[in-house]
Design a protein around this ligand. Sequence first.
Ligand SMILES: Cc1ncc(COP(=O)(O)O)c(C=O)c1O
Length: 426
Amino acid sequence: MTEDSFQRTDDRFRNLSSVRPTPDFDSPFDRAGTGSSKWARADAPGAPGVIPMGLADMDLPGPPAIADALRQRARHRAYGYTVCDPAGRSLVADWYRARHGVEVDPDWVLLLPCGPRTALRILLETVRPEPGRPEPARPAPGRPEAARPEPARPQAPVLFPAPEWGGFAQLCRAARLDYRELPLPIGPDGYRLPDGPLPGPASAVLLSSPHNPSARVWPADGLRTLAARAAEAGALLVSDEVHGDLTHPGHVHPVAVTTADPAHRHLVVTLNSVGKTFNCSGIPSSFALVPDPGLRARFADALAGYGLWEGGLLEQTVQQAALREGGPWLDALLVHLATARTRLTALLGPAVRSAPQASYLLWLDAAALGLPPQDARRALLERCGLEASDGAEFGPGGRGSLRLNYALPGSVLTTVLERLERLDLP
Ligand SMILES: Cc1ncc(COP(=O)(O)O)c(C=O)c1O
């Protein structure tokens, strides 16, 4: 039997209902009337025709499997409280094996009915000083030093490399946690992870991996070193990998919990979500890989304090459909994104601060585009009708930069390229 006839024989056994048409990522995708916050933000009165390239979601149709699963589930009018289907954990483990070639223990997985931002905020509570710990003691007049109760150590700061997507600083402020931004070194090819010892005590290290805003895929050895540095300081490393499944062909995303030395794994958490990968962040969901059972239990307790339990109805419906059937859609998406990236980087050249390797984000040097660094977002809007994110939102290291989201239909991207020609390109 030739390989070709084997292929055809095998085809007879395929379930034809699961054959999907090739996704159309070239034709315009009309989001009018869907309440899109990305479009609402860009649709400023008096600025018709603006193309929103700020907020991080895609102007591309999501996987049909998610639509089918929601339709199917909605048909049964049982919408009461739901429990967690343990099959969901195995689906996550299967996903990591198939997409990343790594073994994730299904027991590590927490399936969460909230978005990654909420999950991260609540996870940060688990690194706070334990409630009931004594306040720092004041010496009682005349009492010997040794008789004082041991003073509680003040909470060590949360550290994260910056520029970063803005969420880490926002969440730390909301949680009233002290934080410190570590400037990311930049070389000719883009950002590098800091590899020296941490600059002081830390309760947690947060990392966006791949990096938002620059779309850099961190190398595995750099990540391993960072996990070791965090462990030396007794700090938790939280790797926010919501862009990890959007790694472009030719690059390999290191999953933190399986990349860290096994001796440090108990202090590492990977956070991910089908929301970014499959463009369904309007239905909040996420999952966390937490190898340490004690931390997992504390995290689950903290979530329960907010009325969040594993196994939400919509979250499970969407997550399972995406992980079970979304692979081919994602493969097609990645080809589309990599093509769009090449078209843009060819035009923008050295204005691109760090070579993008994942996701749909471009991190640009405003001055190299001939835009005033302090007011680049407005200038781009006025000159090109393109709405970008202002680099200042990404921390002090982001001033003078712009972040462009190019997850657009091919036809719209052509318009974007034409409009960018109006700038003084390098
Ligand atoms: C790296 C990263 N982490 C977390 C989030 C937060 O996602 P959500 O707002 O859906 O919780 C985002 C959103 O853009 C992100 O880019």
